[in-house]
Design a protein around this ligand. Structure first.
Ligand SMILES: *Cc1c(COP(=O)(O)O)cnc(C)c1O
Length: 395
């Protein structure tokens, strides 16, 4: 008898069982190394998605691979009701890269879970209930995080199950001043809006939010899930504004590709009441070991600074090209958005055919989130291809 499994492609086999929730591209990625990934037919792609902003160090960075392999032979699971050597070392690592005041951490397994944790921290440590977030903001898709997320397409079906969130326009301090009051537990904001179209915050905006929160006793929660760990050219994007948030949500690249999220907050606010939050897998030794290796290598290879330099160079390079149909190019570090006058999907498809993977950010923005280890030559290939495709499409 023929084994049916082996006669069907992994795409067909996945389609038979996938949730349906994902807009999927018909390519099966099976291997990665540095900035390159390979599909099941052996085609290679330059990965300007970093697997959705995760692979800051590139794919399968040897230090992360070794850390995971060694830890897998030592201890894989250990809930936080016990102490653990890897977790304690990770806490110290986090403290070494975050502002000194942010010295309390809750470890979890994804970005959305970090946002949920941040909301609980705000509720429990302020005893207030009001939540303020921004239009175009994206904070994840679990119910609490979804309530902060702006896009109605994600949110509408679940409105009855959501806490009330007051959304105000991004980069608009006047409207922020109207939205934040004595009942506000927290203001939740991205330092660069990612999914919402790659919009960096104005320095004065973040500074103004900091001041408003101080005056009105609200906590400033900065979502650094996409921008954290060097993506924007600093360890954290709020550093560009010289502010320190009360709470920071972390995820994506924190553990070199292994699932992990984290909430960091100002210890002077206090700690969480026993039993008020928890996660079986949160801070497990495998993810902690991966995160220690990832953060160590980001530091040793000076990757936040590399991201700043390469990002500036890339923005200049893109701006120097003849790119028809481009409305605006925005970005910070290696987080770049090319805002088009047309829908981005066909452009992404054409890039993929040329062996380059990139992301959308909304319907018209082409988003580049390459590994921070990508070479200038690889970036040039990407820029050349974008130029060629836009010229073809507008010819
Ligand atoms: C990706 C992302 C999230 C959600 O993280 P998940 O790990 O997908 O749950 C939240 N906020 C921002 C800014 C993100 O980019």
């Amino acid at each position: 008898m023929i084994d049916i499994q082996t006669t069907l492609s992994s795409i067909e086999r996945e389609d038979a069982h996938t949730s349906g929730a994902y807009p999927k591209r018909p390519v099966s990625i099976v291997r990665g190394s540095g900035s390159t990934v390979w599909d099941s037919d052996g085609n290679s792609y330059l990965d300007a998605t970093s697997g959705q902003g995760v692979a800051l160090l590139g794919h399968c960075h040897p230090a992360v691979v070794i850390a995971i392999s060694e830890q897998a032979q030592t201890l894989i699971t250990c809930p936080e009701i016990f102490y653990n050597d890897q977790r304690s070392a990770l806490y110290e690592q986090l403290h070494s890269v975050l502002p000194n005041d942010l010295d309390r951490y809750f470890l979890c397994n994804s970005g959305a879970e970090a946002i949920e944790g941040a909301l609980k921290v705000a509720r429990l440590l302020t005893n207030r209930t009001g939540i303020v977030a921004t239009m175009r903001g994206f904070h994840g898709r679990t119910l609490g995080a979804l309530s902060l997320t702006w896009n109605k397409e994600y949110r509408e079906a679940f409105e009855a199950w959501q806490p009330t969130v007051n959304h105000f326009p991004y980069n608009n301090l006047e409207r922020a001043a109207e939205a934040i009051n004595e009942d506000t537990a927290a203001v939740v904001v991205e330092a660069v809006q990612g999914e919402g179209g790659v919009h960096p915050a104005d320095v004065e905006y973040l500074q103004g939010l900091r001041q408003l929160c101080d005056e009105r006793g609200a906590l400033l929660i900065v979502d650094e899930i996409q921008t954290g760990f060097g993506r924007t050219g600093r360890w954290f994007a709020f550093e560009h504004a010289g502010i320190v948030p009360d709470v920071v949500a972390l995820g994506k690249g924190i553990a070199g590709g292994v699932p992990m999220g984290a909430v960091a907050w100002r210890g002077s606010l206090g700690t969480l009441p026993k039993g008020s939050h928890g996660s079986t897998f949160g801070g497990n030794p495998l993810a902690s070991a991966a995160a220690i290796a990832a953060i160590t290598n980001l530091r040793e290879d000076n990757l936040p600074a590399r991201s700043a330099e390469l990002g500036t160079w890339l923005l200049n390079e893109l701006n120097s090209r003849d790119l028809p149909g481009v409305r605006e190019i925005r970005g910070l570090g290696l987080m770049i958005g090319i805002d088009l006058r047309v829908r981005v999907t066909p452009i992404l498809q054409a890039l993929q055919e040329r062996g380059i993977l990139a992301l959308p950010a909304g319907k018209t923005v082409l988003r580049l989130l390459p590994p921070l280890t990508i070479t200038q030559a690889e970036l040039l290939t990407i820029v050349d291809s974008i130029e060629a495709i836009l010229q073809e499409q507008n010819a």
